[in-house]
Design a protein around this ligand. Structure first.
Ligand code: RVP
Length: 500
């Protein structure tokens, strides 16, 4: 006979936190959100920690190098999507590792034989008015000049005019070299009244631009997540098929941690993959595994050697796995059971295995609930897809700005490895949808507010750290009627039209 659970599985919206005493030191400024993401002996410092407990999802529509840079600057981590070629994924990792605050790769580049009309077109596309003129038109080609809006007058010039006739040529440029620090670059910018300073290598090849406005970026990001050599920390998704080549190339590119990306991680393929990585890299390459929704799945992957465990099946906003295959479990119930298994494992072995709650976060308070229920960090797709830094197009639909957001199980992503169980390709079916999410602006602005909210709720719970919250939180189920009571009710909202 099949096994039946006694309780229905539940999700975050069915729970609330009951406040504890807030002592006077319980203010958001005193809350520290540092959190481990790899297993470690209890009482010892983990080798990898986040400064804020959030990760961006392993998805084409969420985590590329731009997202990874923006999020690591705020203290979190991105796992760059694995549903792309090994080389292009490694290139994204390399871009994050090479990123230096204030030093940006030029995104608007042309050749000297291009025309003024190309300048106009590229400016429209990128919104940037500083254009590098390189020998081959690439961002790292030999620098021959620069064009800014000061170099041409559209009302007078012909669109057919060749760039070489009006660009500021290299001979007249002030530039820095590989050794120039951010401070020196900014001194040059101020001394020569420049808007930007190109940085070139020994062969006159363009490396970066330093823009005047970026000067304060370092000071603005006190939570920046950096490795020992001050590069940003980045993760990457892998699969259980090509992991031998993929992991080798990602490690070579400097990745800090990998995570096996699968909708159902309780499998022999995952165990084999983890064991291979651990055996071939002396345990030095950190690997997360999942997704699982119960204690058996947790234990199986931990026994195989996983460094963190990712929890959640079917709760993602774009996910239709539950509808298509009838597998899954409410996110809160999954998390509660896996956290209990983690605590049991810790008592038994003295080893703490961090848990990542993946998918289904709708409101900011869901993040606090996830942490209170035992998650050490939270993976989000929809949340990050809404920002400028996500890799997808921004469009206007029905008068509102939106960003595209599609699931890894959708036809659009074609990430079949994530769902693959062998068998004929033509029998494959979708487990995700292609959608829009409301555009929300810059990552940092939104994340700052979210983090402040998380800290405020933690103060209500009398908790000054994530582990404090996990121990002290008091959580209650709420009835359907109480959920209704939680929103605005029995009033006429001013921004809703009053219908007669
Ligand atoms: P959400 O934050 O609710 O948008 O969920 C994101 C999560 O959904 C991902 O981290 C992943 O686990 C899951 N996902 C991604 N693609 C799909 C799908 O196509 N079904 N699901």
């Amino acid at each position: 006979m099949a096994f039946y659970y006694n309780e229905p599985s539940r999700t975050f919206s069915e729970y609330l936190l009951v406040p504890n005493l807030s002592t006077k030191e319980c203010i958001p400024d005193n809350v520290a959100l540092k959190t481990p993401i790899v297993k470690h002996k209890v009482g010892e410092k983990p080798s990898l920690e986040l400064n804020i407990p959030v990760a961006s999802a392993i998805m084409q529509s969420v985590s590329d190098n731009n997202m990874a840079i923006a999020l690591a600057k705020c203290g979190g981590i991105s796992f760059i999507y694995g549903s792309q070629s090994i080389e292009s994924q490694a290139e994204m990792v390399r871009k994050v590792k090479k990123y230096k605050a204030g030093f940006v790769l030029s995104d608007s580049n042309l050749r000297p034989d291009n025309k003024l009309r190309d300048v106009v077109a590229i400016k429209e596309k990128t919104g940037h008015s500083t254009i590098a003129i390189t020998e081959d038109g690439t961002p790292t080609g030999k620098l021959l000049g620069i064009v800014t809006s000061r170099d041409y007058r559209l009302s007078r010039a012909s669109l057919d005019e060749e760039i070489s006739t009006f660009m500021t040529p290299f001979s007249q440029l002030i530039y820095g070299n590989e050794k120039t620090s951010l401070k020196e670059a900014n001194d040059l910018i101020w001394e020569h009244k420049l808007n930007c300073l190109p940085i070139i290598d020994n062969n006159q090849k363009l490396m970066y631009f330093v823009f005047r406005k970026d000067y304060d970026s370092h000071k603005e990001n006190p939570n920046e997540l950096l490795d020992k050599s001050k590069s940003l920390i980045v993760g990457a998704g892998i699969n259980t098929r090509d992991y031998k080549e993929r992991v080798a190339t990602l490690v070579e590119a400097g990745v800090d941690i990998v995570c096996i990306d699968s909708s159902d991680g309780y499998s022999e393929w995952q165990s084999e993959t983890i064991k291979w990585i651990k055996a071939n890299y002396n345990g030095d390459v950190k690997v997360g595994a999942g997704n699982v929704v119960d204690k058996e799945g947790f234990r199986y992957l931990v026994d195989a050697g996983a460094d963190f465990i990712k929890v959640g099946i079917g709760g993602g906003s774009i996910c239709i796995t539950r509808e298509q295959k009838g597998i899954g479990r409410g996110q809160a119930s999954s998390l509660i059971e896996v956290s209990a298994a983690r605590d049991e494992y810790m008592k038994e072995t003295g080893i703490y295995v961090p848990i990542c709650s993946d998918g289904g976060i709708v409101h900011d308070y869901h993040m606090v609930l996830a942490l209170a229920m035992g998650a050490d960090f939270i993976m989000l797709g929809r949340y990050f897809a809404r920002f400028d830094e996500s890799p997808t197009r921004k469009l206007k639909v029905g008068g509102n700005f939106v960003k595209e957001y599609w699931g890894e199980g959708s036809n659009r992503a074609r990430n079949w490895q994530r769902y693959d169980m062998g068998g004929e390709a033509k029998l494959g079916f979708e487990e995700g949808v292609d959608s829009y999410v409301p555009y929300a602006g810059k990552l940092k602005d939104n994340l700052d507010t979210t983090i402040y909210k998380i800290k405020s709720t933690m103060c209500n719970c009398g908790a000054l750290s994530v582990s404090d919250l996990q121990q002290k939180a008091r959580i209650t189920l709420v009835s359907a009627t109480s959920i209704k009571e939680g929103g605005a009710h029995d009033v006429i909202l001013k921004d809703k039209e009053i219908s007669s």
